[in-house]
Design a protein. Sequence first.
Lengths: 326, 334
Amino acid sequence: MKYFLQRIAFYLFTAWAAITLNFFIPRLVPGDPVQSLIAKFRGQLSTEAINSLYVLFGLDDDKGLWAQYIDYWKQLFQGDLGLSFTFFPSPVSEIIGDALPWTVTLVGITTVISFLIGTGLGVFAGWRRGSWTDGLLPVTTFFSSVPYFWLGIIAIYLLTGPDSFFPSSGGFDSALVPAWDQYFIPSAIQHSLLPALTILISSVSGWILSMRNMMVTVSSEDYITVAHAKGLSERRVAVSYAARNALLPNISGFALSLGFIVGGTLLVEIVFSYPGLGFILLQALGAKDYPLMQGIFLVITISVLVANLLADLAYLLLDPRTRKEG
Amino acid sequence: MEPVLEIRNLNVEYGLGDKAVRAVRDVNLTLHRGEVLGLAGESGSGKSTLAYGLTRLLAPPGVITGGEVIYHPEKSDPYDVLGLSDKALRAFRWAETAIVFQGAMNSLNPVHKISTQLTDVLKAHDPKMSEHSRNARAREMLKLVGIAADRMDAYPHQLSGGMRQRVMIGMALILQPQVVIMDEPTTALDVVMQRQILGQLIELRERLGFSVIFITHDLSLLVEFSNRIAIMYGGRIVEEAPANTIYRDALHPYSKGLLSSFPALRGPRRELAGIPGSPPDLAGMPSGCSFHPRCPKAFEPCSTHIPVLGRPDSPDGAARSVACWLHPTEQPVG
């Protein structure tokens, strides 16, 4: 329990540091958002409008950096991340709130499925090493070294077209309005199939490889020989002795990959014009939309931290050696 | 004495085809009911391979290329362990022959509690046993090896090396096997702990009546704790005799070399001498007797003809055997 509290304290500190950096970096970059907004409106803003924009963005010169920092925290606790320029005047929190479910559903589900399938196959391939399963290895090595987006482009090129079942872009049919009904949900699933498959194929190989290699390493441990000598069933030795120990390094890899759900598959979303966070981030970068970028980075930072915390917790549960006494 | 385990012409090789290394060569050995049989030899002499071979636990690329391992159950007919089906082999393992392994530190699965690892073997061999009686049996075994029952819920990393090896001994005895194979069980422990654990084991053997194959390179331990000793060199057994006989009057020059490489605790002082040279390369074994390049007494037949293990031509030669041209044998044993 004490260990757990220490970890929590550590993560709170890391979150504070990340958020503080997130606050300072845009302010150290030359130029300010109002300038870029003026440029966007091609000088058709009056001086009054410009001044009120400065006030709106909290950039009126009266306030010192410290006061701005305090305000930033206050806003953060109210869930206020400022206004986006690209989608002006929508608040950043609303834009992220719209995009986040798409990314989390698509990448989250595929990451979990990919981990489960990959680990399962890896256990099998590692346990039956030397059999035909070893023939799969060059294939998995190939797919794990292929970048997501390249596979996505190939998939679009080969599988989509006017008559194809697979749509080439978007998260749902543009004729529909997002709602939980019998028209929208099938359309959303249909649109997610190809990007999901792309992510699945290229990420599952990595899990297979790492799990197989850990299985091979663990299989030569003394306690595996003991388990065989005890006359336990093959299945029990493979699962409860070998896989159970081989899983440990993969769990931390899995938690980290959960952290990268939000930011990691940017390119897939771009290739498929999928309305997720990565796609939004691309637009924000193009428009120098600092508040939106800041907001997205904040979400990415927090999700990585939460994933790490989950990895720590999973380790506490799965590996008794990490638990401290008392 | 009636036999409990008979090893006949056992051959074990690592690898296949021309590059195969013969680690165990034509080994004949009989373990009698209730005795402690010591198996000694340098590293790489094949003693652990022999133990793994007779329980069919060899990791690939180890293969048994010939021979028989006849097990004599207490009440039914003897059978060949090497001929058992996978299912019958699983039932045979641990229930008839249990093993205490070399690595005291790594023999326990680090992620499961001691209790789980003690009871899963009961569950595998007797699925009808209730959870309550499984736990009771596990606690009983811990008590037997001198570990408090409240350590049931401990994880392996919370125990000391000595305690872990005691748990392993308790685990080995949990199904009351006829044969316990100890593969350098105390190598990873300090000397005091070694003696304590072996003493405890001998005491348990007297109470429970199992037989022990005790493998070690430490001949001094064997002389103290075993009834009979077999000496291995280059994959073969070169001498076999009662422990006292080996200690007082070893016939094979290699056995003599091993004995003179450790000091006696009692008795007159004597010169300590090692064995010159290094253990043979199993892939390129010398012709004839594999010990002849290192043997101080090698003579003409040694480099060309392999000596056969047999009864030596000496007055008290009935209970012992040796494979050496210095001691011509009357008839081969086995």
